[in-house]
Design a protein around this ligand. Structure first.
Ligand code: GTP
Ligand code: MG
Length: 194
């Protein structure tokens, strides 16, 4: 009984704090972009199920997830195919969203240039102006292969991207969907824009 009452007091204090911080009722719509095999579908599945990781076939058409919660905010996301043949669809979905997640496979040195090309083209699009863009360097669990953030920033010319997008509107995060690490900070960062 005493534990129940301590628990309830604690919950109500947390709720009050949460509301005071302005987090209550926030909702966000995301579009998740990046080359094929970057880990987009795996990330969204993990977020939606709260931890489950499994394999998926390549995403061949845009798919909207059910609502899921992260950092006490309700999100809905467009999972976009990353294959070259369907990348032309990205732009149409960006305008519907309040934030962009761009996944890069940090362990794929060979395709970083291709990822950089697509990211650069995306940031150059009018529809992306003013939107928060979170660059997620995924697969950092592959410690031997994953490139350092410094190396990736240099190779994708991150300073130029920051100038184009506005320093406050773009940020970079190291994550591992497999381990469930890192993307929470990205969602916290996005929360400030909602
Ligand atoms: N090691 C490692 N593998 C991962 C991680 N996240 C995803 N993968 C693997 O990367 C592969 C591609 O994952 P998907 O989520 O299907 O990639 P996608 O970005 O949705 O690809 P498309 O739908 O083709 O655009 C799968 O084999 C995943 O298991 C991670 O954090 N670490
Ligand atoms: Mg996919």
């Amino acid at each position: 009984m005493i534990f129940q009452s301590i628990y309830e007091t604690w919950r109500s204090l947390l709720d009050t704090l949460w509301k005071a911080l302005g987090f209550e009722g926030k909702e966000g719509s995301l579009v998740v972009l990046g080359l094929d095999n970057a880990g987009k579908t795996t990330l969204l599945h993990r977020l939606r199920t709260g931890g489950d990781v499994r394999s998926f076939p390549p995403t061949d058409r845009p798919h909207q997830t059910e609502k899921f919660e992260s950092q006490n905010i309700k999100f809905q996301a467009w999972d976009m195919g990353g294959h070259e043949a369907v990348r032309h669809l990205w732009e149409d979905y960006v305008c519907e969203c309040s934030a962009v997640l761009f996944l890069i496979d940090a362990a794929d040195t060979k395709r970083l240039e291709e990822a950089s090309f697509e990211l650069d083209a995306l940031i150059g699009e009018k529809v992306v102006k003013g939107l928060p863009v979170a660059i997620l360097l995924n697969k950092c669990d592959l410690e031997e292969e994953a490139m350092s953030t410094t190396e990736i920033c240099k190779r994708i010319q991150y300073d130029d991207l920051r100038r184009m997008q506005g320093e406050d509107n773009i940020s970079i995060f190291r994550i591992s969907v497999l381990r469930g690490e890192g993307y929470q900070s990205a969602f916290r960062w996005i929360a400030d824009f909602l």
